[in-house]
Design a protein around this ligand. Structure first.
Ligand SMILES: C[S@@+](CC[C@H](N)C(=O)[O-])C[C@H]1O[C@@H](n2cnc3c(N)ncnc32)[C@H](O)[C@@H]1O
Length: 242
């Protein structure tokens, strides 16, 4: 029998599956090639080499196709069929013959993998996982990581900055009335989400870096945190074998 916690996690997972069904892009700040290629360059810098890469939650493959020239073999994983369709299209257009795609989620992916990897990464995905799911993800990933491998979790929402960004504190028109208006709007959104039993935010959960570090410590990893270059309220966790 499922415990209350498992039931809630499973309900949330169903919500996100439905949310991403039919979506065809990763919701980057800009979807221009110029912007995505800059984002990919930043991420390749932090991925710091390796020959094989697993991109968990690869979405429409927007970053994956930029990673492809730098790796021998890449696997993209996502639970959304529409996202994977879009990724397939991009892979064909760009003739990235070294990428394969798998439809799976954070639980089922591990049984579908045929090899281990030098890098296991996820960009903009951790926010859709609970802390318990992040713990299982890091544990499972550690069993599919080659020697000197790294798990690199990109674009985690920072709970210390995200609320400030949402109320417009970082925007150019951050006057007091605009901020108060946004606080009012956020309040209504939160109220409606809790009345309708939905996650408060369609961007998912913000996770404190200290908590992410504690999970990684448990599996004997060393963690370095880096601020995202392109999103004021996001950070990256680079989790390396000790
Ligand atoms: C914000 S998009 C980012 C896509 C891509 N990484 C990028 O940066 O362009 C998040 C992706 O994670 C996928 N995703 C979220 N939770 C997942 C889970 N538990 N298992 C598999 N895929 C998941 C969604 O379907 C979506 O494609």
């Amino acid at each position: 029998m499922f415990g209350e916690n498992e039931k809630n996690i499973s309900k949330l997972k169903d919500f996100w599956i439905e949310f991403f069904a039919g979506r065809r892009d990763g919701g980057h700040r800009s979807s221009t090639e110029e912007f995505i290629s800059m984002e990919a360059k930043e991420k390749l810098f932090h991925l710091d080499g390796g020959k094989t890469l697993l991109d968990f939650g690869c979405g429409a493959g927007e970053l994956l196709v930029y990673y492809a020239p730098e790796y021998e073999q890449l696997v993209g994983v996502d639970f959304s069929v529409s996202m994977l369709d879009e990724a397939s299209k991009k892979i064909r257009e760009r003739k990235c013959e070294n990428i394969s795609l798998i439809q799976a989620d954070d639980k089922t992916v591990w049984d579908k993998l045929e090899c281990s990897f030098d890098r296991i990464t996820a960009a903009g995905v951790v926010q859709y996982l609970t802390l318990q799911e992040i713990d299982s993800f890091i544990f499972n990933a550690s069993n599919f990581l080659n020697k000197d491998g790294k798990i690199v979790l990109f674009d985690i929402l920072d709970p210390r900055l995200y609320p400030l960004w949402k109320i417009g504190l970082f925007s150019q028109d951050a006057g007091i009335w605009n901020i108060l208006r946004k606080i009012g709007f956020e309040f209504k959104v939160i109220l409606s989400a809790s009345l309708n039993n939905r996650p408060r935010d369609i961007l998912g959960f913000a996770h404190n870096p200290n908590v992410v570090k504690k999970i990684a410590d448990k599996y004997n990893f060393e963690t370095t945190f880096v601020k995202s270059m392109y999103y004021e309220y996001k950070y990256h966790a680079i989790i390396s074998q000790n």
